[in-house]
Design a binder for this molecule. Structure first.
Ligand SMILES: N[C@@H](CCC[C@H](N)C(=O)O)C(=O)O
Length: 280
């Protein structure tokens, strides 16, 4: 099975061309493929597939084998892969995901790909969209979340996938390994959640650390950066253009009046290889 290793700010993916490769065992073997000692190593797997309603379809498998509905860093890698291999022969493309059609655009300067800007679709703060216990039309802003004996004020945002955002004065002091899995699996979130701890640096800069649903600590999360910017904007902490600083680098987020979110950031190809299927 041929594969390509890519990353967006260190959030890394195994990209597999489903037009050419047999993908039937990928989901079952995701854990070993993503294992950093016994496999290729990645936070997740991206699979290219044909679509009836868009240029391509992207399936996202987390490193624990669960299927994700959307992936912000992943879609930038996916779009770059499709563009450089001329699978999609245009800079602006439409990609079908389980969260709907997402629209990446390859930004080229003097023939060099500089970044990928993505129309991420609309955010929602409604509990029923996240989904969150209560499943109501109420917005999940500043609710009390108790983990072990600590109480947090949290805000949940759907970017096509669920995010639970907690603002903190000092993001470096947060013990993500301990809190992350407990919040990911908190009974408030029937489909689990991604978890972001966020420090406000200024009205245009946030610092964020993430615990991803189905993957654990990662160096960056695109949908998480969008969700954090949305939560901060909703609470009046930032304006509508925000740089989110992540352990792997920066993402630029723009929030529009109609609740659309744009994300701009890099995507990089690292290497390609071939895996002996009998190994799996
Ligand atoms: N790394 C991603 C998000 C990947 C999916 C997530 N773990 C989930 O299950 O929702 C990003 O960059 O957005």
């Amino acid at each position: 099975m041929k594969f390509t290793k890519m990353h967006g700010l260190g959030n890394d993916f195994i990209v597999i061309d489903g037009f050419k490769e047999d993908i039937s065992i990928i989901e079952k073997k995701a854990k070993i493929l993503c294992d950093r000692h016994f496999g290729i190593g990645a936070d997740g797997i991206l699979i290219l597939l044909p679509s009836d309603i868009a240029d391509l379809k992207m399936r996202i498998i987390n490193s624990d084998g669960s299927e994700a509905t959307m992936c912000g860093n992943g879609i930038r890698c996916f779009a770059l892969y499709a563009y450089t291999r001329k699978i999609v022969n245009k800079k602006k493309m439409e990609i079908e995901t389980l969260a709907g059609i997402i629209k990446p655009e390859i930004i080229v300067n003097k023939d060099i790909v500089e970044a990928v800007k993505v129309d991420m679709g609309h955010y929602s703060l409604l509990k029923e969209d996240i989904p969150m216990q209560g499943n109501t039309k109420e917005e999940a802003v500043d609710f009390d979340l108790i983990v072990d004996n600590s109480s947090f004020k949290a805000t949940a945002v759907s970017m096509g996938n669920p995010h639970c955002i907690i603002f903190t004065e000092d993001v470096e002091s947060i013990q993500l390994e301990g809190l992350g899995p407990k919040i990911e699996n908190h009974p408030y979130f029937p489909k689990r959640t991604n978890v972001e701890f966020v420090e406000v640096i200024s009205d245009s800069q946030l610092k964020m650390k993430v615990w991803e649903r189905g993957a654990g600590i990662t160096l960056a999360c695109g949908t998480g950066a969008c969700a954090s910017a949305v939560a901060a904007h909703k609470k009046g902490l930032v304006k509508d253009k925000v740089t989110v600083k992540l352990p792997g680098g920066d993402l630029f987020i723009e929030i529009m009046e109609d609740k659309k979110v744009f994300m701009t950031g890099p995507a990089k190809e690292v290497f390609s290889g071939e895996l002996e299927l009998s190994y799996l």
